[in-house]
Design a protein. Structure first.
Length: 82
């Protein structure tokens, strides 16, 4: 065998290995990106739930403030009646 034939065989094998490794890497990157997309979707859903919860807490807080204010006013009127 001539050195050029050996070089051609070596380069062909290297190209085949590179193509297989590149294909496997590309498939894994695509799977990783789909996982990241799913995680992002779940995180967005969690943030929306937290926003809803905090808005409900704000409403409850306002109702509590109004209720305590009304209770204080009623206590003042009860004390004045005595």
């Amino acid at each position: 065998m001539e050195p050029y034939s050996i070089l051609v065989i070596f380069l062909s094998i290297a190209l085949a290995v590179f193509l297989v490794a590149g294909t496997i890497t590309l498939i894994l990157v695509i799977k990783l990106l789909s996982s990241v997309k799913e995680a992002t979707r779940n995180a967005k859903h969690a943030v929306e739930n937290v926003e809803d919860f905090t808005s409900q807490l704000k409403k409850v807080g306002k109702a509590t403030i109004i209720g305590s204010t009304v209770a204080q006013v009623l206590n003042i009127f009860k004390k004045e009646r005595k």
